[in-house]
Every structure is written in C-alpha cells, then in structure tokens.
Design a binder for this molecule. Structure first.
Ligand code: NAD
Length: 430
C-alpha cells in the first residue's frame, strides 16, 4: 500500500521503516531538513537498536522528504506521528498534529485514512476528523480518521513494533478499520478494533498505569530503607504473583522520558477539564518528583549538607539505557541541584553526550570515558543503568577517585562487594 508518515521521531520513523519492511511503499515526511538529509543518506537521525540496519535493508520501499504535498497527495493511508509535548499547564500541545491535519486537508487527492499514532487526549480524533473534513480542498474525496496509539518503548522500538503486544485500532466506521487491518496484515500480533475514544484512553491508561507501578514501588523502597527491609527481596516476592508480575518493579530515581511525565499530566488535565479529580495520578506525579532528588539528598547527607567545591561524577544521562533521549531525564534535575549546591559535575554516557551538550552546553564537564569521569571525584552517582556500567573495575575507581563514594540510583551493584572493598555505598531501598 502507498503510505505516508508525518514525523520521523522515535515513533514515526520506526513505524515507517517497519511498514516498509512488510512491503508497503512508505514516504516519511519531516519538517526538519537536517533529519531528512541524514535519512536520505541512508542513516537514522535517532539512536534505536536495529533501526539503521532495517532502514538500509528496505531502502527501496522508503522515501524521505520535507515535501508533504508530494507525500500526502496520493497516499492511501497517512500516519501522524508528530510530537504532542506538554504545555505549561500540563495539557497536551496539539499544534503539531493540527498542522499536519491542515497540510493533509490542503493536499489529499484521493480517499484516504488518516491514522493518529501520536498520543492525543480523548476526543482529539473526532476533532481532527471534523477539522480536516471542514478544511479539505478537494471536496470529492472522503477522508477518515482512525486512532492507532503506539506502545513501543525507546531502546526496543523496532522489536516492539514488529512483535507488538497488541495493535489497537480505534474507528467509528467499518471502512477505516478494514484499511488498517490490511496495513497490518503481515503483523502476526493481536489486533483490537475499538471505538476511537476507547483507543485514545487505552494509550493513556496503559502508560499511566506503568508510571503508577514505578511510583508505587519507589514509595515502598523508601519505606524499606526506613524499616530495614530490602526492596529487591520484596519485589522478587511480589513479582511471582501473576496478578502483579516482575516488570516495572525496579526501584530507582523516578521515571523520565518523553512519555510518562507528560501522559500522566495530560490525563490529570483531561480529568480536571471534565470535573473529575484523578487523585491516584496526582500522587503518582508527586512521588516521582520527590524521587528524582533522592540521589542528591543521599549525597548531601554523606557530606553533612555541604557540597561546595566537590567534584561529582555522573554515569548515565539518558532517561533510560539504549536511547539517546534526555527528555525529562532525572539526570537533568540532578545536575541542576548539584550545581546549585556549589559542586562541579563531570558526566559520561555512552550515547547521550551530544544530546546533553545540545541541552545544557558547558554547564558540566564531558568525560572521554567512564573512568575519566570519576578521576579525582568526591562521589560517583549512577544514574542510567547502561550495560557497560554494570561491572566496572572497582580497583581503578578506588585508586583514581578522591573519595570512594558510590551512590547507585538503579540498584545495579552488590552492596556487600562494595562494602568489602571499603567503598562507601548507598542505593535505593536496600
Ligand atoms: P519526536 O519528537 O521524536 O518526533 C516528532 C517529529 O515530528 C520530529 O522529527 C519533528 O520534526 C516532526 N514534525 C513536527 N511537525 C511536523 C510536520 N508538520 N510534518 C512532519 N513532521 C513534523 O516524537 P516521538 O517521541 O516520536 O513521539 C511522537 C508521538 O508519539 C508523541 O505523541 C508521543 O507521545 C507518542 N509516543 C512516543 C513514544 C516514545 O517512546 N517516544 C511511544 C509511544 C507514543
């Protein structure tokens, strides 16, 4: 099928490439000329395992362009995968989605289905359909809007798309549902056809439930520290209960990224607009905000409230491993707090260094590798659990750090091993 995808971020590009891998002719559109240039050269502008390889393998089914008219005019299906970041009041900013809707209305010359993959508040698909039908230039064509929320995780996006847990299709009529079934014909995964508003809600309810699991376990971890229980033993014991499961029960320094924080806020806002208080999600958010500061609090306590002149090393900047994304990363909160307290910060991340430079420039010192980061440091804070941080040479660290102090925000080190080596060690909930 002839498919266009608007937006080549983590969702749009992965969707486009995976659809091309199933034989569709896909044109990916982005307004960012630099990104398009990189993709035209056969490379991926984002770091996502397996994506570049799949792009190269299916390059004959893929076109990259900034020319939306060329892409949308004759497309049978147009996916919208542009960003829906949070506005200052916490609600979703839909300006990018509406901009694409406007471009579609101006250009489409055949019947087509517009598929909203971006995460949008309940009722947005209805509004987009009315908007396009009202503004469409060619009144002879019929344009349908379908909701098809995305559930991929950054770092495993390609696998999550090709072997999705489910494909949710939200439609109000039979035709767009049939078209989407054809689009996903070669995806051997469960497909669920529901009403558009249910599809929109499935996305928020799923993401926010995962955020809730994280905040819940972080609260339990904090209490474990106070009452002398070990969060890892606790979550192992909890996870065997099939109703609970082991996933998303890792205590740490709070959730970040481009989705959980904004999707929790957006659903609170949707509820508020509809006169409903959404108490659970407000608590989820409050716990998460506090959790982002716990490494800082632990460090401050170790140095008796004075971090002036201290040199602090950070391992990990991305909001999670296997991505270069730093949107809402706990590392950013931590860096600000450390600098505010008078410390200097040296950072290392295997992939997200450029992204960090782009965001905060020379606020911090950029190390050449993980061992350079800890040279003369008064403490090491483990922020993102990249594989290469899991088994460091403690001997080297002890020799090169000014003070052997390690604060582990992801509980990846063995407490007893570090204590034996006389390294001061703190973690979360153990
Ligand atoms: P992103 O910021 O990585 O990418 C968005 C892209 O859209 C950018 O490249 C931008 O230049 C482009 N764009 C903006 N306006 C455009 C226009 N008029 N035409 C064409 N391109 C345009 O965003 P993302 O992380 O891929 O997220 C996209 C949506 O998917 C959001 O609603 C997000 O909530 C949702 N989502 C994201 C994830 C994730 O893990 N990132 C997972 C599930 C759902």
């Amino acid at each position: 099928m002839k498919i266009a995808v608007a937006g080549t971020g983590y969702v749009g590009l992965v969707t486009g490439v995976c659809l091309a891998s199933k034989g569709h002719e896909v044109t990916c559109v982005d307004v960012d000329e630099n990104k398009v240039k990189i993709m035209k050269n056969g490379d991926s502008p984002i770091y996502e395992p397996g994506l570049s390889e799949l792009m190269k393998e299916h390059k004959n089914n893929l076109v990259f362009t900034t020319d939306y008219e060329e892409a949308y005019r004759e497309a049978e299906v147009i996916f919208i995968g542009v960003g829906t970041p949070e506005k200052q009041d916490g609600s979703a900013n839909l300006s990018y989605v509406f901009e694409v809707a406007k471009q579609i209305a101006q250009t489409v010359q055949r019947d087509c289905v517009v598929v909203i993959k971006s995460t949008v508040p309940i009722g947005t698909n209805d509004k987009i359909e009315s908007y396009i039908r009202d503004k469409q230039k060619n009144k002879d064509v019929c344009i349908y809007v379908a909701s098809n929320p995305e559930f991929l995780s950054q770092g495993t996006a390609v696998k999550d798309t090709l072997c999705a847990s489910r494909i949710v299709i939200g439609v109000e009529e039979v035709f767009p549902g049939e078209v989407l079934k054809k689009v996903y014909e070669k995806f051997d995964v469960p497909k669920l056809i529901v009403k558009r508003r249910s599809a929109e809600m499935i996305k928020y309810a799923s993401n926010d439930f995962l955020a809730l699991k994280i905040s819940y376990i972080n609260e339990i971890a904090n209490l474990c520290e106070i009452v002398g229980a070990n969060i890892e033993e606790v979550t192992e014991g909890m996870g065997y209960d099939a109703r609970i499961g082991h996933r998303f029960l890792n205590a740490g320094i709070g959730y970040g990224g481009s989705c959980f924080p904004k999707d929790v806020k957006a659903l609170i806002k949707t509820a508020e607009k509809n006169g409903y208080p959404m108490r659970v999600l407000k608590a989820v958010e409050e716990v998460n905000e506090a959790q982002k500061s716990i490494l800082f609090e632990k460090l401050l306590k170790h140095y008796n409230g004075d971090l002036k002149g201290k040199q602090i090393a950070l391992w990990g900047l991305a909001f999670k491993p296997e991505t270069d994304d730093m949107r809402e990363a706990p590392a950013l909160v931590l860096i600000d707090k450390l600098i505010e307290a008078g410390a200097s910060v040296k950072v290392y991340d295997p992939i997200a260094m450029d992204e960090c430079k782009r965001r905060i420039g020379d606020k911090v010192v950029y190390a050449t590798d993980m061992y350079d980061a800890v040279l003369d440091a008064d403490a090491l804070l483990l922020v993102t659990e990249w594989k290469e941080f899991r088994m460091p040479s403690w001997g080297v660290l002890k020799k090169t750090m000014k003070k052997a102090v390690v604060i582990d925000g992801r509980n990846i080190y063995e407490k007893s091993e570090l204590q034996e080596l006389e390294i001061v060690y703190a973690c979360v909930g153990r």
